[in-house]
Ligand binder design. Structure first.
Ligand code: SAH
Length: 254
């Protein structure tokens, strides 16, 4: 008997930023797989079972969830933010492609969520108002030279960049290296937004210039948005500045 597998994104942390579609899918599922802090954020009922795991075990977790769904379970895989952005939906697809033929019959649904860069951008203004891209700085799944090449290409092409997984205890030096690289390709005045724990009680949003951007301003819960030479900062007295990237191209180098 084939069951169902739903991959949901819970949004950045604030329950109000979880979509009603995700909340309904969670209410309908029986077995939950995910990184334990994400499962902790759900208020599961007594009849709903938790299968928490570490965040390095994504492929194994995806296989377990698929196997349970193939055996008839009503399974939910949980990601923070959006499940398709540096998260479980791709791991589930990868496991499904390599797995037994019958996994392709599973009723699979992927439910979108508010990803971190959108939550941070909304707090700061509209920094993603023109073309942008998202880059994970983690070297767990790709080599550093590829990350460097993508950062330089994005800077040269005039994309605003959102950095996910910017720094960790195991990778203390890469964010500083990324800022140094950017300083060779972008003017020092380009705004850099450090959005920490957006939507959670310990949220902190801070905007500095690229010249002043430092790795100590970020931790693992931070999404960093690097503007372009077109991105503007509107100072507003005691209030947070408004950072936005104009919709229309005004020319000039990136
Ligand atoms: N699927 C998630 C991203 C997972 S990768 C999403 O769509 O948001 C984990 C990275 O996401 C973190 O290192 C951080 O860069 C970012 N992140 C997740 N939640 C965040 C939040 N509430 N505020 C700021 N950044 C966040």
């Amino acid at each position: 008997m084939t069951g169902s597998l739903v991959v949901v994104g819970t949004g950045p942390g604030n329950p109000e930023q979880m979509t009603p579609e995700a909340a309904a899918a969670i209410a309908a599922a029986e077995d939950f797989f995910g990184y334990f802090p994400y499962l902790d954020r759900l208020s599961l009922r007594h009849d709903q079972r938790r299968h928490a795991s570490d965040n390095r075990e994504e492929l194994a977790r995806a296989r377990e969830a698929l196997a349970m769904a193939a055996a008839g379970g009503k399974v939910c895989v949980v990601s923070g933010g959006d499940p398709g952005v540096f998260a479980m939906a791709a791991a589930v697809c990868e496991a499904l492609e390599a797995g037994p033929e019958e996994w392709r019959d599973i009723d699979l649904t992927i439910i979108p969520g508010v990803t971190a860069m959108l939550a941070v951008a909304a707090r700061a203004g509209a920094p993603l108002g023109h073309d942008f891209c998202a880059i994970s700085l983690s070297t767990n799944l790709k080599p550093w030279h590829v990350i460097e090449e993508r950062i330089v290409a994005a800077a040269k092409a005039g994309f605003v960049m959102a950095f996910y997984n910017p720094i960790s205890k195991a990778r203390p030096n890469q964010l500083g290296a990324a800022f140094d690289l950017l300083r060779h390709h972008l003017p020092p005045s380009v705004p850099v937004i450090f959005g920490r724990a957006a939507g959670r009680p310990d949220e902190a949003i801070r905007t500095v210039s690229l010249a002043d951007a430092a790795p100590e301003m970020a931790d693992m819960a931070t999404c960093i948005i690097v503007g372009t030479s077109e991105t503007r900062v509107i100072e507003r007295g005691g209030k947070q500045p408004l950072v936005y990237s104009p919709r229309s191209y005004r020319g000039g180098s990136a």
